[in-house]
Design a protein around this ligand. Structure first.
Ligand code: C2O
Ligand code: CU
Length: 460
């Protein structure tokens, strides 16, 4: 896939001295039409007007080797400003894609080249950070795969990027983005789940085949709980970061923004058919995402060699010296937030709702991507921060810190997006590696828009 895409990249002048030379790509966010729902004989439903990178949703898969320096020339052909955020990547803040923090957004017709190295292997993704609910809701997402220096041997390495669209009967995208009902409840849940941009039906596998499945939840709000009927997928990595002791799981929980790398061995007879089900809707009947359909054996016997991914070269948090910071997640429907501060003004929940807001961190409603609310935490480069995040609301929140992977000492796992259920607390430790103002927000995009965003400031 990458060679096909690289060949379409715009021509660039030769680099003179830098070693290794960067990989140069171009990416053009633009309106397009895409058939999300397979049409019936009468051609209904029609294709959907989307926004996509290079005119498709998801955009092209970017797949490079760990240690690569990437230069991505982005030309904005949308009718709105945009940015590209490289979710989960350790990079300088100017390349992080948060508008005005400090790089301004890319205006319609303008271009900007993102230039950064990829220090860590794993499954990442890219998306805008400008009017996120609308721009992701219209289709702007894509996979960023960073391969290990020597990747584990599998038969196929597949990306499954999951999106959740809210369509009407004519397959048009519902344009009521950031509706207050979605902001104050569980976010913009859609009615059409796609895998790599189409509604999947079956995925063909072979007996004794070994797959690496890279799941990416690019939905605005939907939390998937996937069960692989008849199979025991082994979790190799979460949010790109290897799991120390890979083990089979019954269900793969994937909140917005999160990724999981699975090792899927296919033990069944040719002709077998096994559902992949989403149990994410709580008590409601599970939703069938697709069926795995078996073909002829790929080899006479199953492969049994264990797979363990090498850890990434992350700076190790110094928990003994960590600077603590408690963050209470507050607000939302059925919550107990009476009032909170927005841009210095104390407002009741009802008055916040009139301004499209419903959520707060420690009594402060995040106002915009670039409004200078007091930072949640201030650190110097090299210091360890320890966020204790307490969910005091009635809703689950997948919280995401930009720039620095976070280590959960209890789970002994690195991640970049941590799902916290009502009443639960999570500890996130990280080393402040690069200076800048780094966003911390809920990855349910309507919660972010409704106030669940803040910053961690790092000074040299
Ligand atoms: Cu994928 Cu600020 O997020
Ligand atoms: Cu949330």
């Amino acid at each position: 896939m990458v060679s096909e895409w690289r060949s379409r990249a715009a021509p660039w002048p030769q680099a003179s001295t830098s070693i290794p030379s960067p990989i140069r790509l171009s990416l053009t966010p633009q309106p397009a039409r895409q058939q999300l729902v397979a049409p019936d004989a009468a051609g209904s439903p029609p294709a959907t007007d989307i926004w996509g990178y290079d005119g498709r949703a998801p955009g092209p898969e970017i797949r490079v080797r760990q240690g690569t320096r990437l230069q991505v020339a982005v030309t904005n052909r949308l009718p709105a400003p945009t940015t590209v955020h490289w979710h989960g990547i350790r990079l300088p803040v100017a390349m992080d894609g948060v508008p005005h923090m400090p790089t301004p957004p890319i205006l319609p017709g303008a271009s900007f080249t993102y230039d950064f190295a990829l220090p860590d292997a794993g499954t990442y993704w890219y998306h805008p950070h400008y009017d996120d609910s609308e721009q992701l809701g219209r289709g702007l997402t894509g996979a960023l795969i960073v391969e290990e220096a020597s990747p584990p041997v599998v038969d196929r390495d597949l990306v499954w990027l999951l999106s959740d669209w809210r369509l009407d009967r004519a397959a048009r995208i519902d344009e009521r983005f950031d509706a207050l009902i979605d902001v104050s409840h569980g976010g913009r849940l859609g009615n059409t789940v796609t895998l790599n941009g189409t509604i999947p039906d079956t995925v063909a596998v072979q007996r004794h085949e070994r797959l690496r499945l890279r799941l990416i939840n690019a939905a605005s709000a939907r939390i998937f709980e996937l069960a692989f009927d008849g199979h025991a997928p082994v979790v190799l990595a979460l949010d790109g970061q290897p799991v120390a002791a890979p083990a089979p799981v019954e269900r793969v929980v994937l909140a917005p923004g999160q990724r999981a790398d699975l090792l899927l061995d296919c033990p069944h007879e040719p002709g077998g058919r096994f559902a992949v089900l989403d149990h994410g809707d709580g008590g409601v009947a599970p939703y069938r995402l697709l069926d795995l359909v078996y073909g002829a054996p790929i080899r006479p016997a199953a492969v049994t060699a264990p797979v363990v991914l090498p850890p990434n070269p992350l700076p190790i948090p110094d928990l003994a010296q960590a600077v603590p910071c408690r963050i209470a997640l507050e607000g939302g429907a059925m919550g107990n937030l009476a009032s909170a501060r927005l841009e210095g003004e104390t407002l009741t929940l009802a008055n916040l709702a009139r301004r499209g807001r419903a959520w707060a961190f420690n009594g402060v409603v995040g106002s915009s991507h670039y409004h200078f609310d007091a930072p949640l935490l201030m650190l110097k480069v090299g210091q360890t921060g320890l966020l204790t995040v307490v969910n005091e609301t009635a809703w689950p929140h997948p919280v995401h810190l930009h720039g620095f992977p976070v280590y959960d000492p209890a789970a002994r796992q690195w991640r970049d997006t941590v799902l916290i259920y009502p009443g639960e607390t999570a500890e996130l430790a990280f080393v402040a590696e690069h200076p800048g103002s780094w966003m911390f927000h809920c990855h349910i995009l309507e919660h972010q828009a409704g106030g669940m965003m803040g910053f961690v400031n790092v000074t040299p």
